[in-house]
Design a binder for this molecule. Structure first.
Ligand code: DGY
Length: 321
């Protein structure tokens, strides 16, 4: 039997592309340009599966125009909001994602954002690079401690729990909201709040770890931000569209919020430019999972799913509507 043909939409780490070349007939993307919808559909001709990433919009329109030969879409990501899962199901296309393997890397970046935002690390680094740092000053570059503060976690899945574990090492008090309460051993002393509204008043820091769904989009808005204590710090490593940019920017500019640390944005990389101009933001370019080890693991997880699919076995990490 000939090897399945896979359209790989982005350049992947060398070890992942090596395995693809060994086991499949991959159409690799050496230039790493992002394919537009038309280009993607054209390239999918005669392919058996797509290996996509968060930068591909696999909408219903795209799915309906994919060739009949496409039977599986493996996304090189834990999030799958860029894929219309119901449309894939309607076409009988199987979808997989890569949960678990990027938990630690993403939780590390959430801690970096908490620290970076609380300590004004971006401004400090900028001053050193620009040679504008004059001297050590008792009142210079003053930030806020994490130690002893309350950290609210919105979404206590794998990543939220890994953030809680790290934050405990900073003696933070953990509060969380999740669709369902965790068992006591997983809660590890964290305080459960049955709604986001109930959680917010307890958040000196708020870290967002919910998936992007119709229910969560825009959940961080003027009303929810108002419910945070004055001076609260918000960090986001999940998806930009959970946040209403106007509301967050207003809360940062007015001084209601102390700072924000953001790794993800609406319409990234063309984020709202007002974020760049604010002195109390610490901004990163969606690098939650960006370590070589993690990106390899994501690629191998996507390949494990493709392998299982073409061997007629159950997928390790299927996405279901
Ligand atoms: C994901 O996997 O969903 C991340 O956002 C990309 O690392």
């Amino acid at each position: 039997m000939s090897k399945p043909k896979i359209l790989v939409t982005r350049k992947l780490p060398p070890a992942v592309e090596e395995r693809l070349q060994k086991d499949y007939l991959p159409d690799l993307n050496a230039t790493d340009e992002i394919y537009g919808q038309e280009e993607l559909i054209k390239r999918a001709k005669d392919c058996d599966a797509l290996l996509v990433t968060v930068t591909d919009s696999i909408s219903r329109t795209v799915i309906e125009q994919l060739p009949e030969s496409i039977r599986m879409i493996a996304t090189f990501s834990v999030g799958f909001d860029q894929i219309d899962i119901a449309a894939a199901q309607d076409r009988g296309i199987t979808v997989s994602n890569t949960p678990g393997v990027l938990t630690n890397a993403t939780a590390d970046i959430a801690l970096l954002l908490l620290l970076g935002a609380a300590r004004g690390a971006g401004n400090g680094e900028h001053a050193v690079r620009q040679n504008s740092w004059k001297n050590w000053a008792p009142t210079g570059f003053l930030g806020r401690d994490l130690t002893g503060k309350r950290l609210g976690i919105l979404g206590m899945g794998r990543i939220g729990q890994a953030v809680a574990k790290r934050a405990r090492a900073f003696d933070m008090e953990i509060h969380y909201h999740n669709r369902s309460r965790l068992p006591a051993e997983q809660e590890a002393g964290a305080h459960y709040h049955a709604s986001l509204e109930a959680l917010l008043p307890y958040c000196d820091f708020l870290s967002i770890h919910a998936a992007s769904t119709p229910q969560t989009r825009g959940i961080i808005n003027a009303e929810t931000l108002r419910a945070l204590p004055a001076g609260a710090i918000v960090v986001n490593t999940s998806r930009g569209d959970l946040v209403d940019d106007d509301a967050l920017i207003h809360a940062l500019a007015s001084g209601h919020l102390g700072a924000a640390g953001l790794d993800v944005f609406n319409n990234e990389p063309d984020l709202d430019p007002r974020y760049r101009a604010l002195p109390n933001t610490f901004l990163l370019p969606h690098l939650g999972s960006a370590t070589l080890e993690t990106r390899n693991a994501m690629g191998f997880c996507a390949l494990d799913n493709l392998d299982a699919f073409f061997a007629g076995k159950p997928l390790p990490t299927p996405v279901t509507p």
